[in-house]
Design a protein around this ligand. Structure first.
Ligand code: ASP
Ligand code: MG
Length: 603
């Protein structure tokens, strides 16, 4: 027997008809021989309406009372769904978050799950009942009702699936189906690019990265849970029986194409802190101040410094620009730095596990954009992601161009095998997995840094003063690729009307990369200065939620600052935060970061 967790979003329970349709889906899963647990959201716009009601009373509703109010939305849905199922002749019972033992911290309206007591759910499931749980809510140690943040029902569903699976679920495994108003995950938003295609499957990492760069189908935290606890998910339509998109551990076929999807965040703002002293602790000061306001820093690009002064560029959501500038102002003044900003930019990103094995992805992306004269304001790369910042007016055009450039509109060349999640178990040994999981369940949403790795076999080429106009980056990577040199990390920042570009290559190729770049620059931009650097190392901090848990970056920068280790380049993504440091400091940096995150040193 298997356990199926089904989650129905707000649109899927908006009308009586839809509630009945959801009831039929649950009953069908039960009749197929599964235990069935259903998590529901508030109906339609209920949550928004409740927020509006509070606003009619006061501009500043106390968070505890807000949670008391908001949690009622889901309570309506569970009762109605239980009635629907019972009226169709099956057994069902509804529970609120508190009744079913979902314990959270006390941060009202954005609580994090601490633990889940599963005994009650277990008992009802074993009695053959369909168990219906209110999404989005829990209770703190004092018994106050809490909510998990907008969209939090996804997180409830995956968390329940995770706990039931890890505590020893039914022998046929657990799967979680997310029913929603779209029929799966697309290569990009089909409302923006009509030729977008539905994917059969995507890996957790790809989905995390795509979600972080604007593909907002699911609550990111729910995907973190699924990855941490190894729960296979399927996103599918509540209006049909068609298979949706599986979100599962990475499979080998997934890397056959370099890119799986593209996304855009239309409203970003770019901030450059110029002329900061290049000494340990500076990034820490800046990003700690921003994290303290719970502002999520998005792209971070710090390029090599000139004459002891560095420039740090990053983006924040356009809505947070004012707040960010205000808090930077005193810090910048004190450091003798200048702050520049641009509030009219969009970020276009490509994601794909295949980037780990394919070369030339960046070059292909930049070439497509440069052919259409789109200027790249900033570039950052992650392990499976490349993002470029463009002028807002070019954003949508840029998204379509890159989607097309990687043939995302065409059917994938490699057709994935039929996915049967239970036959794709995680390769970890059972014993190791069991200990890991008990640790994680004890603090379900704790920041999870799983590994610190370093790389010492890389060198870096830096180009200073590249004209800030379309096509220059593209030509650089075309030349480097033509020489057969593999590029890893790329950072382009912007300062004083010029673009500073740097990229890392294998140490053995450094001299060649430099000379290729030099001869190209002599032709296209003779005023540029090209430098290479061979005494560096990169430390990768690997985990999940590395970007959206604003504390991770500060913890990394703080640990390095306390040990007087200077950060020379930074690169962040949802699953990896990379910092470049002096090679002589790499062991020490690894040690202090391992200590910071409580990881044991490798033998
Ligand atoms: N009802 C809550 C919201 O709209 C939770 C959810 O739908 O997932 O944010
Ligand atoms: Mg909702």
């Amino acid at each position: 027997m298997g356990l199926v967790v089904q989650k129905f979003g707000g649109t899927s329970v908006a009308t009586a008809e839809r509630i009945k349709a959801a009831a039929r889906k649950a009953i069908r899963a039960l009749q197929a021989g599964n235990q069935v647990l259903v998590v529901v959201s508030a109906r339609g716009d209920t949550t928004d309406d409740l927020i509006e009601m509070a606003r009619e009373i006061t501009d500043n509703p106390p968070a505890r009372e807000m949670d008391m109010l908001l949690s009622t939305g889901e309570q309506i849905s569970i009762a109605l769904l239980a009635m629907a199922i019972q009226s169709m002749g099956a057994m069902a019972i509804s529970y609120t978050g508190a009744q079913v033992g979902i314990v959270t911290d006390s941060s009202h309206t954005k609580a994090r799950i601490r633990s889940i007591h599963s005994a009650k759910m277990r008992q009802s499931l074993d009695e053959g009942k369909i168990v219906i749980v209110a999404g989005f809510q829990g209770t703190d140690d004092e018994g106050n009702i809490t909510t998990l943040g907008r969209g939090g029902s996804d997180t409830t569903a995956v968390a329940l699936a995770a706990v039931l699976k890890q505590e020893g679920g039914p022998d046929k495994g657990v799967q979680c189906e997310i029913y929603t108003d779209v029929d799966g995950i697309y290569t990009t938003d089909p409302r923006l690019v009509p030729e977008a295609r539905k994917m059969e499957a995507i890996s957790y990492d790809e989905m995390l990265e795509l979600a972080s760069v604007g593909a907002g189908v699911m609550h990111s935290r729910s995907i973190e849970f699924a990855k941490k606890f190894d729960v296979p998910l399927m996103v599918r339509s509540s209006f049909s029986d068609a298979e949706g998109t599986w979100i599962i551990p990475e499979q080998s076929w997934m890397t056959q194409n370099p890119v799986c999807g593209a996304a855009i965040i239309k409203d970003e703002a770019r901030i450059a802190v110029e002329d900061v002293p290049d000494t340990p602790g500076i990034s820490h000061r800046i990003f700690t101040a921003i994290a303290a306001q719970a502002i999520v820093v998005d792209m971070i690009a710090q390029n090599p410094s000139t004459k002891g002064r560095a420039s740090i560029g990053f983006t924040v959501p356009a809505g947070d620009l004012k707040k960010t500038l205000a808090l930077l102002d005193p810090i910048a003044r004190e450091m003798g730095a200048r702050v520049e900003h641009d509030g009219q930019v969009s970020k276009v990103s490509l994601v794909g596990a295949g980037m780990r094995v394919h070369t030339g992805v960046a070059e292909r992306m930049f070439a497509a954009l440069s052919r259409e004269k789109i200027n790249l304001r900033m570039i950052t790369t992650g392990d499976i992601k490349i993002s470029v910042l463009v002028d807002k007016q070019d954003g949508l055009r840029a998204l379509r161009l890159v989607h097309h450039a990687f043939d995302l509109d065409k059917r994938a060349v490699t057709v994935p095998p039929k996915i049967i999640p239970d036959q794709n178990p995680n390769p970890l040994s059972c014993e190791k997995k069991a200990t890991l999981l008990t640790q994680r369940l004890a603090n379900m949403e704790g920041i999870m840094v799983s590994d610190i790795e370093h790389q010492t076999d890389q060198g870096r080429v830096a180009i200073y003063g590249l004209p800030d106009a379309p096509g220059f980056c593209s030509q650089v990577f075309e030349a480097v690729a033509a020489a057969g040199i593999v590029v890893d990390m790329i950072v382009q920042n912007h300062s004083r009307g010029f673009a500073d570009l740097s990229f890392s290559v294998p140490l053995s190729e450094l001299e060649r990369a430099k000379s290729v770049t030099n001869s190209l620059m002599a032709k296209i931009a003779p005023d540029c200065r090209v430098e290479s650097e061979n005494g560096l190392a990169t430390i990768h901090v690997i985990g999940v939620g590395m970007r959206s848990h604003t504390g991770v970056a500060s913890a990394v920068f703080g640990a390095l600052a306390r040990n007087s280790i200077n950060i020379l380049m930074i690169n962040n993504s949802e699953i990896r935060l990379s910092v470049v440091v002096d090679r002589a400091k790499v062991q020490e940096a690894g040690r202090c970061l391992r200590e910071e995150f409580g990881l044991v040193s490798p033998a």
